[in-house]
Write a protein that binds this ligand. Sequence first.
Ligand code: AMP
Ligand code: MG
Length: 354
Amino acid sequence: MRKQLYKAIRIGVVLTTLIFLNTCRLLEPTEEVYRRDELLMGTVVDIQVVHSNPTKATNLLDKAFKYMKELVYMMDVHREDSEISRVNREAYIHPVEVSPELYEIISLSLQISRLTNGAFDITVGPLLKIWPIYKKSGFSLPDATQLQNALARVGWQNLYIDETHRTVHFAKENMSLDLGGIAKGYIVDKTAEFLKNQGISGALIDAGGDIYALGTAPKNKPWHIGIQHPRDGRELIAILELKDIGVVTSGDYERYVIKDGVRYTHIIDPRTGFTVRKTASVTLIGKSTAFIDAIATAIMVEGVEKGMTLVQSIPHINALIITEDQSGKLVFSYTPELLDYVNWGEFSTNRSSL
Ligand code: AMP
Ligand code: MG
């Protein structure tokens, strides 16, 4: 009799504990992804944050976009009243004091110019003006005089910075900086840092292919990012699984104009003055999205052989460079560790779902 009573009490205790634990789990707020996209920097910027409270998540998305827009404005060469435009107007006349962010991105750009022997060079501004590939109609090739005039004003060696006074100075008249090859990566990094400082444990910040994966997606899962097929936008080459790392993709399919059967891209070799088209796409993975954004642009200039040598000389970055052979077949060149991030363990040209 007493034995049965003890048994009943034991079962009762176990059941109560189970009910209690389950109730706790139900009361625990569930984390979800809240996202928003906006047109910025000529592309769609998409921010996803992991949160358990919809109102707070909306608030954070507001703040993140506001912060991002301030940086975009600062670096926009198409706005006369931006900080970069002031530098372009005045830096030959006198050293111009700049904000810590502008100083940081210009200083990093100079380091990357040195590292890439000038393949990446933000003084490329005058050349971009004579290759107006953004004009979809009326595009014409620059003549030799235009090319010589522009080339004479390009060169990172003519860009001086002074860390103590935080100034930027041009050695030649009519130089102009263009941050298009690094700004998206830099702004993505800064926005990730901003969200982290707001207490966010997981976010995905994507500025048209320049992405930072902060922390994890809900349920502690890694973020999934697809690498687009360079010749078929609906197809994926691979799906990457990422956590606390950046990934960027530059492709010859992004911005170009076709004239007399030739495809001219938005990437220029600052040393020759010509637009280049050596790779179909370049994907890089690394801790600094700004850094890999600029390196990807340099690889587009240099092509696959020099590009792979460059990547292998830099610790902790991984690359997938896609080229086309003469028959139009895609050729994949990659660092072996890149496969650690690929969730199928291989590349494919016929998968289409994420
Ligand atoms: P991305 O899409 O990151 O490869 O950057 C392309 C943009 O970078 C162009 O639209 C130009 O604004 C700028 N750019 C083009 N060629 C170069 C270069 N060789 N070095 C630095 N920036 C460049
Ligand atoms: Mg770039």
